[in-house]
Design a protein around this ligand. Sequence first.
Ligand code: DX5
Ligand code: ZN
Length: 218
Amino acid sequence: MVELLPSILSADFARLADEVAAAERGGGTVIHVDVMDGHFVPNITLGPPVVKSLRKATNLPLDCHLMIENANEYIPAFADAGANWIGVHYEACPHLHRTIELILNHGLKPGVVINPATRVEVLLEILPMLHHVLVMSVNPGFGGQKFIDFSLNKIRRLAEIREELGLRFRIEVDGGVAHDTIAQVVQAGAELLVAGNAVFGSGKAEQNARELLAAAKA
Ligand code: DX5
Ligand code: ZN
């Protein structure tokens, strides 16, 4: 089932509760929360206190995309704050199996995120443990970037591997997902569609979300 995950990175942070409510009215079903540390990626965003406030503002699941080093140190705090899904970067987690176990031990749904230049095959062993795999279709760090076309091949490849191995992880895509790209990512096999700028960029989150979902299902 195709779902829209509004990314609050492009929302008005002073009006987060209203922005999230508007995106939910437009059909968003999971809220995507971008956590950046200024080390793994060249930008800084937010941490557990904001997740805690978001938790009070919505009943939707919170998908925390951790673009941080030393993720293991912070996973307990995100769990306490009310995160539901936690995605960690393959490139930032040298002991990925341990990190996924830590997420599972906190009762959360684990995902692994891969950068554009990382091939999907590096995940083969860990795939059976995952709730989702997130294919970055831009280099992480900023909203509003252009979709990298070869990401479509990676989504197709992941869908093939899932079929071959009889697994159930969900395929998520993040970066440059907008009206002109959303149908292609769905055709390639993605079902969790993160969109930041295309939802919140112009201040009409409800309408934007509704139109994006319509384009995804077209
Ligand atoms: C980028 C983030 C994305 C970002 C996507 O590092 O992971 O979630 O919000 O923004 P758009 O949809 O504007 O490309
Ligand atoms: Zn993200």
